[in-house]
Design a protein around this ligand. Sequence first.
Ligand code: PFF
Length: 454
Amino acid sequence: MSGIPANRDSFGSRFGVIAATAGSAIGLGNIWRFPYVAGENGGGAFLIIYLGFILLIGIPVMLSEFTIGRSAQRNVFGSFRKLAPGKPWYLIGLMGVGAAFMILAFYTAVAGWTLEYIFQSVINGFEGLSSNQLNDMFYSFIGTPWRPLLWFFVFMALTGAIIMSGVQKGIEKYTKILMPMLLVLLFILVVRSVTLPGAASGISFLFKPDFSKITPTTILEALGQAFFSLSIGMGTLITYGSYIQKNDNLGNTAVSVAFADTFIAILAGLAIFPAVFAFGIEPGSGEGLVYITLPNIFLQMPGGYIFSLMFFILLGVAALTSTISVLEVIVAFFSEELGLKRKAATWLATSSVSILGVMCVLSSSTMADVKIFGFTVFNLMNFTSANILLPLGGFFIVIFVAWFLGRDGAKEELSNQGKLKVRYIPFYMFVIKFLAPLAIAFIFLQGVGLINFS
Ligand code: PFF
């Protein structure tokens, strides 16, 4: 095939694999999306269901993606075509590329807001503002077209530039330094947040389950959030898996990445909810939650100026290591399947995603009244990618490994051709054959209202 170089790139080290994969998983999904989705869906009860999904569905799907990618050594579409020649499984790959378009479009819009907040931190723009004024500041910023558009393009260009100049070195290098820094800063913010007067109600909101808040839609949201946060269901980890070396332990990698991702989401919840309650903000106040709450905390902190700056820089970086991974799905597809050079593939990918991205950016201003199925373009991309496309992709991915590659195929790859002990195989096979697909199908059909068992 013309587009596949004889010497395909791969990650350099085991730590590099973890950093890159955790870099993809840890992002706006943990720090921006998780707190507001949990806030809108009952807090503690949502968290418990979410954790259950990470363990029982998330890790097995992640492992399945690694298995597919590393055994095929191709982009998401090419992987299915190589492993199942002449069969229609490649359609899952195409759906993954479609999901990548949708996610990259709205995700880059939100990542762009981070740049505005870096800028505001630099010019001390939050100084002296009340909670209400910080709220107004956020909505007037996203309610006008030009600035969010500018930041969107800056972020897209950054993502494109890194992808163009070779992903592995960029991703490996930056994530190894920046991910630990993010952790330290989040830690400091958590301490500040939980020691604010009135913080206790925020902590109990996050950890005390109130199951009366749970509906089929809540459960679907928890599943969607688990998929989104782990970067699974659309082939990002098939693509990254194809760069993992043959002697790495895929099982360990999947568990470490899922653990790190969940830990960061909980830390983000602990940084946000106590402050939300302490400042009387609505926990379900949607996509502005983090951008309104955090400046509130920073204003209360000694050294808030510098922390605010560092936090938004790190949030931007966390977002960047995720946008890179999504763009890589599309670029690997274009370059290997269309035979394009990496540079041309990146231009094609970023410019075509930008068309959809501009519509996402304008969804809170000039296109606010354009509704599709009752959603703005932004919300349609956000909701459908996480809650529909990713679970659907995950469903077919586990079915593919369970029923097409089968136990022997999976074991061969997961045990590194028999070199590793993989005692979890019987349990893993049971989960991907029955439990995960049935659970995903049930939650999905119930959540979108196609069946009703409640
Ligand atoms: N996992 C990323 C986050 O939590 O921010 C978002 C994401 C990246 C979703 C890559 C999907 C994906 F394929």
